[in-house]
Design a binder for this molecule. Structure first.
Ligand code: ADP
Ligand code: MG
Length: 267
């Protein structure tokens, strides 16, 4: 974990290559909710390199979803800064933030399949996800049928969402999320409602698409089997970032039940 100084001009440092190209940087991030005592995020610092894949773990209420919505530019931080490449997400005016959300960053919120249009077909859902793109951008994008075939939905391309299985809907939500060619894909519990078979298939697909598109991927999960497929895991607790693990070593996993699993030499 890289902890950076809040006074540093992060954008300038990034342009100079000090942080590597186009990383996601988070500096002293706080989020409170008016009228609520809890501080959902209390000073999160982190740095994610381009193309990196990170899984966030941690008990319920530890701030994972809040962090994801801030990274996705869906909510604004109460304090602190978020940088994506040379943009400072946390200070962008709303129209530019909307532009960023429709192109550079895709967020699959918890229960993302609920945001699909139930009475529209799979193809229509992809077209809808690309509504904010210009005609030229849409022409450059992967054609709907090709994208659907890529996620294993070729046979249901013209079927309405309400007739699809949970696994098919999650694949479609993923196809919609990557359909705009984002630099960063954020997914909150993308496999929590799925059978083991569908869960493994969706996670493999996320990694395959990441390989093909070079997308930076951040996933929130409470499933250790899912986290184990990620080269980097970060655990959150009480609105703070805890210990990190890399490449399967030195994991300190705070399970959904709040149990801390220490590496053997620390136990
Ligand atoms: P997680 O995804 O790890 O379960 P959340 O980010 O959803 O955690 O929540 C972190 C804390 O912030 C919790 O205490 C939760 O109750 C609170 N919180 C989240 N969103 C809101 C909101 N819109 N209004 C009030 N409190 C919220
Ligand atoms: Mg959550």
């Amino acid at each position: 974990m890289t902890v950076v100084d809040a006074d540093v001009d992060f954008g300038e440092l990034d342009r100079q290559g000090g942080l590597g190209v186009r990383c996601l940087g988070v500096v002293h991030l706080y989020r409170t909710f008016e009228g609520h005592d809890v501080v959902a995020l209390q000073g999160v610092d982190l740095s994610i390199r381009p193309g990196e894949r990170v899984a966030f773990l941690g008990p319920s209420g530890s701030g994972k979803s809040t962090l994801l919505t801030l990274l996705g530019g869906i909510q604004r931080p109460s304090a602190g800064r978020i940088f994506l490449g040379d943009s400072e997400i946390s200070r962008l005016p709303e129209p530019e933030l909307a532009r960023l959300r429709s192109r550079r960053v895709s967020t699959m919120l918890q229960g993302a399949t609920r945001n699909l249009l139930p009475y529209a077909t799979a193809r229509q859902n992809i077209a809808f996800a690309r509504l904010a793109l210009s005609g030229a951008e849409r022409k450059q994008a992967v054609p709907e049928r090709e994208l659907l075939a890529r996620v294993g939905l070729a046979s249901v391309a013209d079927q309405v969402v309400s007739t699809m299985s949970g696994g098919q809907r999650q694949r479609l939500a993923l196809a919609c999320a990557v359909s705009t060619g984002p630099q960063l894909l954020l997914a909150d519990e993308p496999t929590s409602q799925l059978s083991h078979e569908d869960r493994d298939a969706v996670i493999s697909l996320i990694h395959e698409l990441g390989d093909e598109l070079g997308t930076t991927i951040v996933v929130v999960t409470h499933q250790p089997e899912v986290a184990a497929t990620f080269p980097r895991t970060i655990t959150m607790k009480g609105g703070r970032v805890g210990l990190e693990g890399r490449d399967g070593a030195e994991y300190v996993v705070i399970g959904a039940e709040g149990v801390v699993h220490l590496p053997t030499h620390l136990a």
